[in-house]
Design a protein around this ligand. Sequence first.
Ligand SMILES: C[S@@+](CC[C@H](N)C(=O)[O-])C[C@H]1O[C@@H](n2cnc3c(N)ncnc32)[C@H](O)[C@@H]1O
Length: 240
Amino acid sequence: MSDSFTFSPIGIIKSCYPDKFGVPRQSGLVKKAYSELKIKSEFQPEISLQGLEGYSHLWIQFVFHLNTSARFHAKVHPPRMEGESIGVFATRSPHRPNPIGLSLVEIVEIKGDTLILAGADLVDGTPVLDIKPYLPHIESVPNAKGGWAQEVSPGKISVEFNPHSMEILQKWSEKSGRPELKEVIIEVLKQDPRPVLYKGFESKESPYRNKHAFRLYDGDIHFEFLSKDQVIVFDIFLQN
Ligand SMILES: C[S@@+](CC[C@H](N)C(=O)[O-])C[C@H]1O[C@@H](n2cnc3c(N)ncnc32)[C@H](O)[C@@H]1O
């Protein structure tokens, strides 16, 4: 038997996150973040998607195609552990021997060969290897233990917009027909997307920059943490 395998994507994700920075660290955290998956015609979506309309959620297996290093590390530093390390197989880190990810998303709509999905944690352009329906009657485990990941779940962060960014946001939402933009920005920032390096210098002299930006669709959201649990959106730049 061969010990290496070649897979070809069944489709490519179109998501609201153009870059890795700002993408939530797990699926389901930003519920109104929409994405699309168009199944390639060679996989006969008109037949292969039959029956999927009976499910509300879907597992996506995908490739972390934007990983920059292929070196194997048995221990990794998940951002939530703030400097601590742990065995890679005890994490959902993108940096693993086979860079394959697993996300649980909501099926909003099936439009012919295209699935409209919500809650994904995937960068735009992510190659999808497979999709499988989520089976709530079997896979839901209400009393399951959540390990270290549950113990370090983020605290409460409040998100504000200054009047200038709020005005741009309102116009952007109307023009793009995306009323969910404000909620998506709030949910992304509540997860504190900053790398560990930048944390702990809020309102203090910092050796690093304390202003950051993440991209959402064609917008650039500029924000600053005023304290560890308070963030302000101070500007939004739009490409179009
Ligand atoms: C911790 S991983 C979890 C992904 C998946 N839910 C899992 O458990 O396998 C989520 C992070 O992967 C990164 N990511 C998302 N899509 C990616 C891609 N196509 N290539 C590399 N990194 C990606 C983003 O930075 C995101 O915050």
